[in-house]
Design a protein around this ligand. Structure first.
Ligand code: ZN
Length: 467
């Protein structure tokens, strides 16, 4: 099987199954089975989340999946945002439930009634928690593995603070955390402020982390929301200040999902399949013995190498399957995106060397037996950096400055467009281009004239087709 990446959508749909990430044959629309290889990658990502959020003072929790309708309906905008996409539980056995339950589409309305019990005084703040759970959304559009699903593997951090300013500081910290996640996953991105009509239901404002897929469509891979007191008021999350007065808490959230894996698949993959960044690869090095006429000796040497690498903390797999040729194994591990292949045969043993092959550049690098461990560590670092650098370069090429509404249609990616910021002009941009304003990049200011009304502005809108 070949994987031409030119037709991105078809390539993506095939590669996620062929590489062993998921099985899409599960008989519920938008719910795919995670297979061991895909789940290991996701777990490596989750474990990094646990490590980094703990380092920044968050605690992990786990809330129930079911939320009573009565709690769900306390924040008006929030309900309106989600009412047409929640799954309902209406019966227990044969009995109709007095209070209907929903499967969480996100956990604000599950958590905040508890926050109001937990938070009493200023000494209880800040409260910083996160959970890694599945959420459910009744998607009616076409579903796509990792990108648009009805059951979503989800990360959500929720915080509560004394003041709006402290909540703002939290969002700055979130961005700092995100930068380290982006590096770990080798994902390029831009941070945008969402248009007011597009923010999270109930938020004061929302920031989106956007990346661009090879199709030119944007993918939102993380969000930060400032809630101010919009949830703390209806949910009665109050604390006693030092001066004896009661005050409502200020809240934020940070959300991410399995979309991150979708972005890794799409952005790093090539015609041969996936390329998994070494930092999160379940297998960083695969050993493929080329036994020739010296089967026992080569296998014994391969096992020795595997053990040496294991002791060095490198995630290594020895492919000693009897019934496949080395050529088939090369193909198989390239498809799965293992960053480095180690070949060893009788001739290499004579020369006291191994041959290393990079998945990203396909370069073949002989390494002496005495120094091959150090070389592998170096190469894994180089591959990680190369993946990030070349993905960032690709992304930068897909963002084009445009000064006329008529030129937006031609952009395969993101059009950076002068916009006065008004809702009318925003909607007109969207209607006339059949694209969306995905947001205003937070660190870009550029003088220009709004492409609709001609007013002078230094605001730039990113206009694109999002997933
Ligand atoms: Zn305008």
């Amino acid at each position: 099987m070949e994987f031409p990446k030119e037709n991105f959508s078809e390539w993506y749909n095939e590669v996620v199954e062929a590489a062993g990430l998921v099985d899409k044959r599960y008989p519920v629309k938008g719910m795919h089975v995670w297979r061991p290889y895909g789940w290991k990658i996701m777990q490596n990502i989750d474990n990094f989340f646990r490590e980094i959020f703990t380092r920044y003072g968050h605690d992990e929790v786990n809330f129930p999946l079911l939320i009573p309708e009565t709690e769900f309906q306390k924040e008006a905008e929030h309900i309106r945002g989600f009412e047409d996409e929640v799954f309902w539980v209406t019966h227990g056995g044969l009995d109709e439930l007095d209070v209907k339950l929903i499967l969480r589409p996100t956990s604000e309305t599950a958590m905040y009634p508890m926050f109001s019990l937990w938070i009493r005084s200023h000494a209880d703040l800040p409260l910083k928690i996160f959970q890694i759970v599945n959420i459910f959304r009744y998607e009616t559009k076409q579903t796509r593995t990792f990108i648009r699903m009805r059951e979503v593997h989800f990360f959500e951090a929720h915080t509560a603070h004394r003041t709006y300013e402290e909540a703002e500081e939290q969002i700055k910290e979130d961005i700092e955390i995100w930068k380290q996640i982006a590096k770990k996953l080798a994902l390029p991105y831009r941070i945008v402020k969402k248009a007011d009509w597009d923010k999270f239901p109930g938020a004061v404002y929302s920031l989106g982390v956007e990346t661009i897929m090879p199709s030119g469509r944007t993918l939102q891979i993380a969000t930060f929301h400032q809630y101010g007191q919009n949830f703390s008021k209806p949910y009665e999350i109050k604390y006693l200040k030092e001066d004896g007065e009661h005050e409502y808490a200020h809240q934020t959230t940070f959300g991410m999902s399995e979309r991150l894996l979708g972005a890794i698949v799409g952005i790093h993959g090539d015609d041969r399949g996936l390329i998994i960044p070494p930092e999160i690869a379940p297998i960083q090095v695969v050993i493929v013995p080329i036994v020739g006429s010296k089967k026992e000796e080569v296998l014994e040497e391969s096992r020795r190498i595997r053990d040496e690498l294991l002791r060095e903390g490198i995630r290594v797999h020895l492919d000693d399957r009897d019934n496949y040729t080395p050529g088939y194994k090369f193909y198989d591990w390239e498809l799965r995106g293992v960053p480095l292949r180690l070949e060893i045969g009788p001739r290499d043993m004579e020369k006291n060397q191994v041959v290393l092959v990079r998945r990203d550049t396909r370069e073949k690098i002989p390494a002496k037996r005495e120094e091959y461990v150090a070389r592998i560590k170096e190469l894994l670092g180089e591959i990680q950096e190369n993946l990030y650098a070349r993905a960032e370069e690709e992304m930068a090429k897909k963002i084009k400055e445009v000064s006329s509404i008529d030129d937006i249609g031609d952009v395969q990616g993101v059009a950076a467009v002068p916009w006065c910021g008004s809702e009318e002009c925003g909607h007109e941009i969207e209607d006339r281009t059949e694209k969306k304003i995905i947001g205003v990049p937070v660190d870009v200011k550029k003088k220009g004239r709004c492409v609709i009304c001609g007013k002078e502005t230094d605001t730039v809108a990113f206009v694109a087709k999002p997933y």
